[in-house]
Design a protein around this ligand. Structure first.
Ligand code: TYD
Length: 216
């Protein structure tokens, strides 16, 4: 396999309403235009089994699950997603772009939530190990703006949005902390401004970090 046809694994992270889905679509289109297969997916979910778990996780009241049960469900979904979607796609040389991955568990459950880092790390070692992303883009936005955008999309999946502004602020801080810890993998992207402007910031990072994606 040549370097340019090796698979690549990219995750997008950030608070609710940071514009991840729009940016994922724009990046996926750009990489496809360069001649690569791109698989876009999301967490929790991404495979049929994990999507069933997603429903359990995102609907209902904020205190529906205990912190440990919540993290176990996220991890079970992630194991299925990795086995059935992500790993097979990478093995055939595709570029996988996921809307959230394990950093969300560290941010929401571990650092901002009540679970603590140690348990999250143990679950990571069990489920992900060395199969994590090559590149993680953390879309950063003031929480008032993010909640406004997330509220506008509505729907039934409001369990995490309903946890309140103080929690969302902690989540934002948690992602910035994760980026400080892993500067080789994680890049913070200013998510304010037009979609085109944010897309250009992202494209810049991806071209530097994974140049082979645009030189197929
Ligand atoms: P989603 O609809 O993907 O929201 P967003 O548009 O903000 O990405 O819902 C996912 C929610 O689940 C989001 O609030 C973050 C939360 N979550 C966790 O708490 N832990 C996790 O490990 C993952 C993957 C998501």
């Amino acid at each position: 396999m040549t370097a340019s046809s090796a698979g690549a694994f990219i995750s997008f992270e950030g608070g609710d309403g940071a514009g991840k889905s729009t940016q994922i679509k724009l990046l996926a289109d750009a990489i496809r235009d360069a001649g690569r297969e791109v698989v876009t997916t999301r967490e929790p979910g991404g495979s049929p089994g994990a999507e069933a778990i997603r429903k359990l996780l995102l609907e209902g009241s904020a205190d529906k699950w205990s912190p440990v049960t919540e993290a176990l469900l996220m991890s079970a979904a992630r194991a299925d997603h990795l086995e059935r979607i992500i790993q097979p796609a990478l093995a055939r040389g595709a570029v996988v772009i996921t809307d959230r991955f394990a950093d969300s568990t560290m941010a929401y459950q571990g650092l901002a939530g009540a679970l603590g880092e140690k348990t999250v790390i143990a679950l990571y070692d069990l489920v992900v190990g060395n199969r994590g992303p090559d590149l993680t883009l953390i879309l950063d936005l003031p929480i008032e703006e993010g909640l406004k955008r997330a509220g506008a999309t509505g729907g039934q999946e409001q369990r995490f949005e309903s946890k309140g502004a103080a929690y969302q602020e902690k989540v934002r801080e948690a992602f910035l902390e994760i980026a400080r810890r892993e500067p080789d993998r994680c890049f913070v992207v200013d998510a304010s401004g037009s979609a085109e402007k944010v897309a250009a910031r992202i494209r810049n990072i991806v071209e530097k970090k994974l140049p082979a994606l645009f030189n197929a």
